[in-house]
Write a protein that binds this ligand. Sequence first.
Ligand code: NAP
Length: 517
Amino acid sequence: MKRLASYVTGKWVEGDGSQRPLHNPTTEQAIAETSTSGIDFAAALSYARDRGGPALREMTFARRGELLRNLAKLIHSKRNELIELAIDNGGNTRSDAKFDIDGASATLAAHADLAEQLGDRKLLIDGDVIQVGRTARLAGQHIIAPRTGVAVHINAFNFPAWGLAEKAATALLAGMPVVSKPATATALVTHELVRAIVAENILPDGALSLVCGGAGDMLDHLGGQDVLAFTGSSITAATLRATAGVVSRSVHINVEADSLNAAVLAPDVSLTSETGQLFLRDVVRDMTQKAGQKCTAIRRVFVPESVAGEVAEALAEELATIGVGDPRADGVRVGPVATADQLRDVRAGIERLVGATEPVYGGDGGDVELIGVDGKGYFVGPVLRKTTAPRDAAAVHEHEVFGPVATLCVYSGDAGEAAELVQLGGGGLVASVYSDEREFYADIIPPLASYHGRIYMGSEKVAAQSPGPGTVLATLTHGGPGRAGGGEELGGTRGMAFYQQRTALQGDKGIIKRLFD
Ligand code: NAP
């Protein structure tokens, strides 16, 4: 069986002791194994800080951008190999795999573009010179410098390529070396990607390390110049936030966690209109793409009472056309969920919804005739539920079912009521609103904005070019308050702020102004 290694202290290191298996979720066969037992994590972090950090900080933004451009090109050139691995280890359909892998290269390329704009500088200036004294001579100026530690990235199982790339792009551009830890269950794609990066010698020594398997005692060795960026469940996030070293040394931590993303259909929209069709397309795509294992997927669909029946019928009709089964088989658009544990969690989540809602599609368990499958695999078909009393259905708003599952929530058609109901989710990554009326947006955006990192506005004029709410764009921020973890990533220089220190200079205006000319 293939044994995966970690890339730390400038070399590939296999862990000893008992190995953790990685499975093919379609066949349930173990296809690789890995362990980090025996790895010296203190040395791994020091190596990144001492070798990768200085090499990156020595470079201008433009030079770091060239590295990112080369990474993007490399991933693109390895696209087919990576897609095959994503099908085997993630249960992705080809299209799901492309979403992850092309997302990775596009994010790196977007950061390479940003680097060109930042140019031949190593530090950023934040805002204008401010008079802070009695006369203009005593002035203040904020500057932004990279932190001198290491950026530890811990990622979720659902985006093994994009997860590494989106965090690494921002950190490397800011000037920080990265230690990336993918979720063990689907680490094959990340492992191959880093293997190619190392083989091509694209990055300076120590700039990128890979931990393939458990994190061991790594977090105990984080210091005050280090940062920890985590994507995964809110339960794991709570454990990491409470790690003694993280707390006592004020390690900066960014969390991207669960989210019960909402879609709100406004009463002005007819289902046959461009906007109505966009809404239906987005909901079905989000329920089924990557078998619903997307942090940004729509989980709650708020529909006005007047069209609730029509929406339920249209969605059920569309879901019935979607094949579920072996991701390599013809006609399959939904593969298995990634692991046996995920399948168990999704089934438990559906059961919770069953107690609070009525069925629209997929019954009480998502049982479906599978294509190309003989009794094995972690499969669950799409499940659409409905409630006419969303205020009383706590299960709908409080538990993220990380699979092809969503609930229709019927509301009166009033924007204020919809916003209140959406807020029951406790904060999310993205809310989408479908309307062609400015007034509806004006009423709903302020109360939704406080609870979300992004609001997607689906209307007739943008329908033809809209990627849907589930696609995270490198130029816009990603993250959300409350249940979603309280983090913020991407968004151009906004995401870089996590890897940098803002410092206020206070002194002679003449010296300050000439410092960075
Ligand atoms: P998870 O079980 O929390 O695992 C996430 C990562 O944390 C994995 O790499 C895991 O490593 C690691 N981990 C677990 N316990 C740890 C510990 N004590 N110390 C250090 N690392 C530890 O989450 P998941 O099942 O992979 O992902 C699903 C969740 O991620 C969903 O809830 C989804 O909403 C969320 N998600 C959020 C976003 C976002 O951007 N907001 C994106 C994607 C997913 P091992 O695999 O080795 O255990």
